[in-house]
Design a protein around this ligand. Structure first.
Ligand SMILES: Cc1c2[nH]c(c1CCC(=O)O)Cc1[nH]c(c(CCC(=O)O)c1C)Cc1[nH]c(c(CCC(=O)O)c1C)Cc1[nH]c(c(C)c1CCC(=O)O)C2
Length: 344
């Protein structure tokens, strides 16, 4: 099967597919018992990301269970700072940590190669394309420079990214240089994923929602546009989804500003506004992940509202952010059936 006939690729080409293709952000993860089992064998979280045997296995687990229309490479957005020697680690119960970045550390990052370090991830992509069913699209991904920078500057996650907002106001030149470096490294990484067999790639800007107007333009739109320009200059056929969580009204110009083929929407985006955005091109989203935890009517009503508002245009059905560890795997099965119009 040519990749062009995979449903998600059709939607990314602007077609309306009925029922819409479906996958879920973080579909491989702790809500699945088989993930927890593999995770326990693999050692640390980064060991799992850098071991093609285990990473292929956990990527395939949700495909076997649910037959999603896409598999997403199992890795993390923080493998880029790890490749840039920021000593990333995931401590149990604490989330990611790394060496906080100071402005004097920034110039040296430009000369650091990342692809050597990321070869195991690229190998995972290559093996996945061989092992996946032909009809299943394979998605690669990276973090957007802004979101990756927030972890690099603070050295860990924070609720509002205050340390990085402050850094950007105090050191605008150094911060712009950091975003440029991250955009270039990320573009190289995405091209390698596409060459290894990814049908499309998603850029995750999970912390876009903390930015003011000028900062959204400079730190969210501009670096993502730079990645997309670099990727498309070298791989014109590449398909790219850009997901800026919390971007709200700024989404109006996000597609045009970034030139993404599709934009991802979080669950706070009103469906009427989403329908307007869909007139300009494909969209992805936007069910509240807590509806998957709740199940029952909350799940069904949320799905039906999205299908009714957005099902007649180019749509990739997804959550508005990653699925949480509390989700019941049976509710995910019910979600996929409902999106596909299967009643049990
Ligand atoms: C901000 C961000 C990160 N990582 C990612 C983002 C952007 C999307 C988002 O906002 O959720 C992206 C990501 N992380 C992971 C994937 C795998 C593919 C998928 O199934 O979607 C993807 C696409 C696996 C993961 N990445 C992580 C886990 C859990 C770690 C574990 O299994 O112990 C998984 C399955 C760890 C991680 N990684 C990150 C954090 C903050 C954490 C800790 C929080 C948490 O535990 O959920 C950084």
């Amino acid at each position: 099967m040519a990749s062009g006939t995979r449903k998600i690729v059709e939607v990314l080409n602007g077609k309306t597919v009925t029922p819409p293709p479906v996958w879920l952000m973080r579909q491989a993860g702790r809500y699945l018992p088989e993930y927890r089992e593999t995770r326990a064998k693999a050692g640390s979280f980064l060991d799992l990301c850098y071991s093609p045997d285990y990473a292929v296995e956990v990527t395939l687990q949700p495909i076997r269970r649910y037959g999603f229309d896409a598999a997403i490479l199992f890795s993390d957005i923080l493998v880029i700072p790890d490749a840039l020697q920021r000593q990333v680690r995931f401590d149990e119960g604490h989330g990611p940590r790394m060496q906080p970045l100071a402005s004097e550390d920034i110039p040296a990052l430009a000369a650091m190669p990342v692809l050597d370090h990321l070869q195991p991830v690229i190998e995972t992509v290559r093996r996945l394309r061989i092992e996946l069913p032909t009809e299943t699209a394979l998605l690669g991904f990276c973090g957007a420079p802004w979101t990756v920078a927030t972890y690099m500057i603070a050295g860990h996650g924070t609720p509002d990214q205050a340390p990085t907002r402050l850094f950007a106001y105090r050191e605008p030149k150094g911060f712009a240089a950091l975003l440029d470096i991250l955009a270039e490294k990320s573009a190289e990484y995405l091209i390698a994923q596409i060459d290894a067999g990814a049908d499309a790639v998603q850029i995750f800007d999970s912390w876009a929602g903390v930015l003011g107007e000028n900062e959204f333009a400079a730190y969210a739109v501009k670096p993502v546009r730079r990645i997309i320009d670099l990727v498309k200059a070298r791989r014109p056929q590449a398909k790219i989804i850009a997901f800026a969580k919390g971007a709200g009204l700024f989404l109006k110009d996000y597609r045009e500003g970034t030139r993404a083929d599709a934009i991802g929407l979080d669950w706070t985006v009103p469906l009427s506004f989403a329908a307007d955005l869909q007139k300009e091109g494909p969209i992805q989203g936007n069910l509240d992940p807590q509806r998957v935890v709740a199940g029952g009517d909350a799940l069904r009503d949320g799905i039906d509202a999205i299908l009714q508002a957005l099902g007649n245009g180019p749509l990739i059905f997804n959550l508005g952010h990653g699925i949480t560890p509390q989700a019941d795997p049976a509710n995910v099965a019910a979600l996929v059936d409902r999106v596909r119009g299967i009643s049990r």
